[in-house]
Design a protein around this ligand. Structure first.
Ligand SMILES: *Cc1c(COP(=O)(O)O)cnc(C)c1O
Length: 376
């Protein structure tokens, strides 16, 4: 129990170690499902390492399935996609270290600009002209230019474009109710977006590609689609509104590394938070909260082995979890599926989110670096 599972793994070297497998065919199926719901261009958002599934892998699958753009938060991420041979337009919008115009040009990345200061700093750089998307606050107050400064931003963009420092290529908003399926609730943001487009056009900067919706708006509300939709969660099978069934795009497996037969009344793990109510078998899986298994789990949490669900017993440790396998004793090396798209006894990412009281996004983006990656 107290032996390090990592050391065990290295010594034995015969098991398939904990592995997160990305399923590009599922990404392609999700893009096909999205295309059936919109005629707008699809931007595949692959920030946070493609929501933990591998940015390059997800980007290739999405583009092959018909996505016309890619989206990331930083120019550095855009450069990685270019180096991997992805040629479609890329937009970046957060710029954790400010916008480097030189780097944007080198990556052929469009950048979203959400404030007068940010645009001013960009124009001041002696660098090749940069394609920009004016990011207007459409009601979220998280990035985006506030309504009362739109005229200033648009005026500065006009002058920047005349001076050939920037080229206005798009207008961007964001829906504050990203996990709702109720179109009426999006109406104020949609109206704001139309207002922004009108202002940009009136300044002689339009028409440009306009984009507002993320996954939920794309799946549930055509009024939010405009010329392009920015889909991230949906690529990997997550509908934030929980209304549309999509294809899970990853599978996390871990081997049983140790098995023990224990009598009734045996406390398991830290604090003895779980006590066996009968003679049973316990299996150790070498994944813990350092690998992204949520520490705060409902008692229903479990994993799949050979088509059956077995509960997680007791506390999640840093490096391991214990499962209660009842009458079954699985030999070391037996593969358990922590989550996957398979249905039946196999938990989905959404099940883990429910057990942990969180959203599926945090599960898939939280899988740690010790877990091996593979592509199906
Ligand atoms: C992450 C993000 C998206 C994608 O959102 P999903 O709900 O994951 O599809 C779209 N736009 C912006 C600005 C984002 O930050």
């Amino acid at each position: 129990m107290n032996r390090s599972p990592v050391a065990l793994r290295v010594r034995s070297g015969t098991f398939r170690p904990p592995t997160l497998e990305t399923l590009p065919a599922a990404v392609a199926a999700n893009v096909a499902g999205i295309r059936a719901r919109t005629r707008s261009t699809i931007m595949a958002v692959v920030k946070a390492g493609g929501y933990g599934h591998g940015a390059v892998t997800v980007a290739h699958a999405a583009v092959a399935a018909g996505a016309g753009w890619l989206g990331t938060t930083s120019i550095a991420e855009a450069s990685v996609l270019r180096a991997a041979g992805l040629a479609v337009p890329i937009l970046t919008w957060l710029h954790p270290s400010g916008i480097d115009a030189e780097a944007a040009a080198a990556a052929r990345a469009d950048v979203a600009v959400g404030s007068v200061d940010e645009l001013g700093a960009l124009i001041a750089q002696a660098a090749p002209p940069v394609r920009i998307h004016l990011h207007m606050d459409t009601g979220m107050s998280r990035g985006g230019c506030p309504r009362d400064r739109w005229d200033e931003l648009i005026g500065l963009a006009q002058r920047g474009q005349q001076a050939r420092r920037v080229r206005v290529a798009g207008v961007m908003g964001h829906l504050p109710l990203a996990d709702r399926a109720e179109p009426a609730e999006n109406a104020p943001a949609v109206a704001r977006m139309h207002e922004a487009l009108k202002a940009v056009r009136a300044a002689g900067l339009g028409p440009r590609v306009a984009h507002l919706a993320a996954t939920s708006g794309t799946l549930n509300d055509p009024a939010t689609h405009f010329g392009m939709v920015r889909v991230g969660a949906g690529l990997v099978g997550i509908d934030p509104s929980g209304t549309v069934a999509m294809h899970g795009a990853s599978r996390l497996t871990a081997p049983v590394v140790h098995t023990a037969a224990v009598p009734a009344g045996t406390p398991v793990g830290y604090d003895g938070a779980y006590v066996t109510d009968r003679a049973t078998h316990l299996g150790i899986l070498p994944v813990g909260y350092a690998d992204g298994i949520p520490r705060e789990l409902a008692p229903r949490a479990g994993v799949e082995i050979h088509g059956r669900r077995f509960p997680v017993a007791g506390r999640v440790s840093m490096d391991q979890i214990v499962i209660d396998t009842g009458a079954e004793s699985f030999p070391a090396g037996t593969s358990a599926t922590v989550f996957g798209p398979d249905g039946g006894a196999t938990p989905a990412v959404q099940d883990w989110a429910r057990w942990a009281g969180t959203i599926p996004h945090t599960i898939v983006t939280g899988i740690g670096p010790r877990v091996k990656r593979s592509i199906a």
